[in-house]
Design a protein around this ligand. Structure first.
Ligand SMILES: NC(=O)c1ccc[n+]([C@@H]2O[C@H](COP(=O)([O-])OP(=O)(O)OC[C@H]3O[C@@H](n4cnc5c(N)ncnc54)[C@H](OP(=O)(O)O)[C@@H]3O)[C@@H](O)[C@H]2O)c1
Length: 239
């Protein structure tokens, strides 16, 4: 066996600069994985790597730029990885945005929640498949949400062009991730890739996810703020 094959297994965590992604990276490093912090903001990405190394000196962690708002950035990330690595044991599609009050578009013109949460991760997973199937027992995890339960894939208005509702778009994007998770497992089984495709709901965790989304009406919003510490858990508990 060459030295390369003796390296610890590699994990990529999207949006690992904060929240659940950062905690997940921490957990994986403690399990002996090499971890790539895939983040859109280089300052935040490097700061996260610094914090992870500070907490556990000697861990093998690095930052690579990935902006899921841009398919070109996803392609660049995948190309860099494919040029520098021989296999990928674990891909965690964690990065996400929730309930943007106004309809925004990705750089490629897709409704942003569908684009960032689902389409970007779909392309990323597809481009990293050659590396994944080169690992002994590869796993791909989608960070979905119980919010998928009220969701529907609106094929007549996928991009919310006729009617945009912040929560409807979020629920649709999380349902799309779940459906993708199931389809990926079916394809792997049919093709004999040996891949395990998983999806997770992390519980209600206190993270920045709630900072950018649509705000509830004043009374409901204040009540939610007061109750949040009681009804939610820390990001570390959600990992
Ligand atoms: N927290 C919960 O209660 C909860 C419940 C159910 C599901 N989830 C799911 O869990 C996942 C993680 O959420 P979280 O609570 O940890 O939220 P968070 O703290 O807001 O973290 C979200 C991460 O996604 C990144 N991100 C956003 N847009 C991106 C883009 N265009 N390209 C690359 N990265 C991008 C953010 O980067 P920046 O720091 O640069 O913004 C951040 O690193 C999400 O998929 C969310 O839907 C969370």
């Amino acid at each position: 066996m060459t030295e390369l094959h003796d390296r610890p297994p590699l994990a990529v965590v999207t949006g690992a600069n904060t929240g659940l992604g950062l905690e997940t990276a921490k957990g994986l490093l403690s399990e002996g994985y090499r971890v790539i912090v895939a983040a859109r903001n280089p300052d935040k990405g490097h700061a996260a790597v610094g914090a992870l190394r500070g907490e556990s000196p000697g861990v093998d962690v690095r930052f690579e730029p990935l902006d899921l708002d841009s398919l070109a950035s996803v392609r660049d990330f995948a190309a860099t990885l494919r040029a520098s690595e021989t296999s990928l044991a674990l891909l965690i599609n964690n990065a996400g945005i929730m309930a943007l009050p106004l309809r925004k578009l990705t750089q490629d013109g897709f409704e942003r929640q569908l684009g960032v949460n689902y389409l970007g991760h779909f392309l990323l997973t597809s481009l990293l498949l050659p590396l994944l199937v080169s690992a002994p027992a590869p796993r791909v995890v989608q960070l979905s949400s119980l919010a998928h339960r009220g969701g529907q894939i609106d094929f007549d208005d996928l991009q919310g062009e006729r009617r945009y509702d912040p929560w409807r778009a979020y629920r649709q994007s999380k349902l799309a991730m779940l459906l993708f998770s199931q389809a990926l497992q079916r394809h792997s089984d049919d093709e004999g890739w040996g891949l395990t495709s998983l999806a997770a709901h992390p519980g209600l965790a206190r993270t920045a996810l709630f900072d950018h989304g649509v705000k509830s009406r004043a009374v409901v919003g204040s009540l939610f703020k007061v109750l949040m510490p009681w009804i939610s858990q820390t990001a570390a508990a959600g990992e």
